[in-house]
Design a protein around this ligand. Structure first.
Ligand code: NAD
Ligand code: TYD
Length: 362
C-alpha cells in the first residue's frame, strides 16, 4: 500500500480492528482513517501505540450515520474499506439482539450504499482498484458435529442473533457485488485470541478471573470446540486478501487449532501456574466451575482454510501453545488496560442467560 493511498478501517478501536490499524501504521505507508463509534467494546487505549502517528486519523462516528459516512468518503477518498465494526459478543446478542441488527445489518447496508455512491463516480482505474473487505465469522455456517470442516461452499445456518446478523451482512455484501458490481471481498474467520481482547470473551475472562481468584465459568460440560487463531495471523490474512483476493470471492480463515473449551481453560491455568503462581500456591484449575449452558450453544466450529492457502499463500504462523503464552504474558504485563475496563465497563458477570430482555427487540 503506497503513501498516496487511504484505507478506511471501521471498528478500529476494537480488538481485531486495532490490531489491523497498528499493523497498517507500522508496516505500510498508507493513510489510515479509523472510524469507530466507541461502544463499550471500543477502547482508545488499544490505539496508544499509534495515537500520535501522523498517518493515523481517528474519527468517532457510527457506521449507521449515512451523512457522516458520506462526508468521510468525500473528504478522504479511500482506496479500500476494511469493515470490522460490529457488535461481536454472542452472549450479549442473546440479552439484546437489537444492537446487533442495527450495527451489523443496518450499519453494513449503510456503509455499502455509501461506498457504492462514492465508487460509482470514481475514474475507471480507481474503480477497478477499489476494494470493500467485509470481515466476518465462521459462526455464519452454524454448528458442526464431531467430524468435518466449514468450506467456502458450506451453506449458511446461523444459530445465534450474533451469527444471524453477521450472515445477513455477508448476504448484503454479496448482493452489492452481484447487483452493482462493487468490488467486495468477504472473509469468514474462526475465533481470535491475543492482546487487547475485551475481557468478556473466553480467554481473557479466564485470565482475569483466575488472577482475582474468582471462579472460571465453563458453559455446559466444556466439550464445545472452537478453532483458535492468533489475532496477528488474522491481520496478515486480511491484508493478504485485501491485496491479492479476487473481488466477489469469500475466503475462510482459520488456525487449525481445534480445542474444547475445557482444554483451553486448563491450558490457560497451566501457563498462569508457571508465569504467576497463585499466592496460596494452589493450582488455578481448582477455580474451574461448570455452569448452565449458553442457550443455543453451537457444539463445534472448524475451518478448512485450504482455499486461502492455495490461492493466496496465507498460513497461520503462531501455534496455539506459543500464541496463548504470549497472550497470558500480555495480560500479566498490562493489568492497567483490563483493570480499567473491569472497573468502568464490565465487571465479569455472566451474560446471555435469558434472565432479562433489556435492550431486546421492541
Ligand atoms: P470488538 O467488539 O472488539 O470491536 C468492535 C468495534 O466496533 C468496537 O471498537 C466498537 O466500538 C465498534 N463499533 C460497534 N458498533 C459500531 C458502529 N455502529 N459504528 C462504528 N463502530 C462501531 O470486535 P472484534 O472481536 O475486534 O471483531 C471485529 C470484527 O471481526 C467483527 O466484525 C466480528 O464479527 C469479526 N470477527 C471476530 C472474531 C473474533 O473472534 N473476535 C472472529 C471472526 C470475525
Ligand atoms: P466466546 O469467547 O464468547 O466466543 P464465541 O461464542 O463467539 O465462540 O466463547 C468461546 C467459547 O467459550 C464458547 O463455546 C462459549 C464458551 N464460554 C464459556 O464456557 N465460558 C465463558 O465464560 C465464556 C465467555 C465463553
Amino acid at each position: 500500500m503506497s503513501a498516496s493511498e487511504t484505507i478506511f478501517v471501521t471498528g478500529g478501536a476494537g480488538f481485531i480492528g486495532s490490531a489491523v490499524v497498528r499493523r497498517l501504521v507500522a508496516e505500510t505507508a498508507c493513510q489510515v482513517v479509523n472510524i469507530d463509534k466507541l461502544t463499550y467494546a471500543g477502547c482508545l487505549d488499544n490505539l496508544l501505540p499509534v495515537a500520535q502517528h501522523p498517518r493515523h486519523h481517528f474519527i468517532q462516528a457510527d457506521i449507521c450515520d449515512q451523512p457522516a459516512m458520506r462526508r468521510l468518503f468525500q473528504e478522504h477518498r479511500p482506496r479500500a474499506v476494511l469493515h470490522l465494526a460490529a457488535e461481536s459478543h454472542v452472549d450479549r446478542s442473546i440479552d439484546g439482539p437489537a444492537a446487533f441488527i442495527q450495527t451489523n445489518v443496518v450499519g453494513t447496508a449503510t456503509l455499502l450504499e455509501t461506498a457504492r455512491e462514492y465508487w460509482r463516480q470514481l475514474p475507471e482505474g480507481e474503480q477497478q482498484s477499489f476494494r470493500f473487505l467485509h470481515v466476518s465469522t465462521d459462526e455464519v455456517f452454524g454448528s458442526l458435529g464431531p467430524e468435518g470442516h466449514f468450506t467456502e461452499e458450506t451453506p449458511y445456518r446461523p444459530n445465534s442473533p450474533y451469527s444471524a446478523s453477521k450472515a445477513a451482512s455477508d448476504h448484503l455484501v454479496r448482493a452489492w457485488h452481484h447487483t452493482y458490481g462493487l468490488p467486495v471481498l468477504i472473509t469468514n474467520c474462526s475465533n481470535n485470541y491475543g492482546p487487547y481482547q475485551f475481557p468478556e470473551k473466553l480467554i481473557p475472562l479466564m485470565i482475569v478471573n483466575a488472577l482475582a481468584g474468582r471462579p472460571l465459568p465453563i458453559y455446559g460440560r466444556g466439550v464445545n470446540v472452537r478453532d483458535w487463531l492468533y489475532v496477528e495471523d488474522h491481520v496478515t490474512a486480511l491484508l493478504t486478501v485485501l491485496e491479492r483476493g479476487q473481488p466477489g470471492e469469500t475466503y475462510n480463515i482459520g488456525g487449525h487449532n481445534e480445542k474444547t473449551n475445557l482444554e483451553v481453560v486448563t491450558l490457560v491455568c497451566a501457563i498462569l501456574d508457571e508465569l504467576q503462581p497463585a499466592a496460596n500456591g494452589r493450582p488455578y484449575d481448582r477455580l474451574i466451575t461448570f455452569v448452565a449452558d449458553r442457550p443455543g450453544h453451537d457444539l463445534r466450529y472448524a475451518i478448512d482454510a485450504s482455499k486461502i492457502a492455495r490461492e493466496l499463500g496465507w498460513r497461520p504462523q503462531e501455534s496455539f501453545a506459543s500464541g496463548l503464552r504470549k497472550t497470558v504474558q500480555w495480560y500479566l504485563d498490562n493489568r492497567w488496560w483490563w483493570e480499567k475496563l473491569l472497573q468502568e465497563r464490565y465487571s465479569g458477570q455472566r451474560l446471555g442467560v435469558l434472565a432479562s430482555n433489556a435492550g431486546g427487540l421492541p
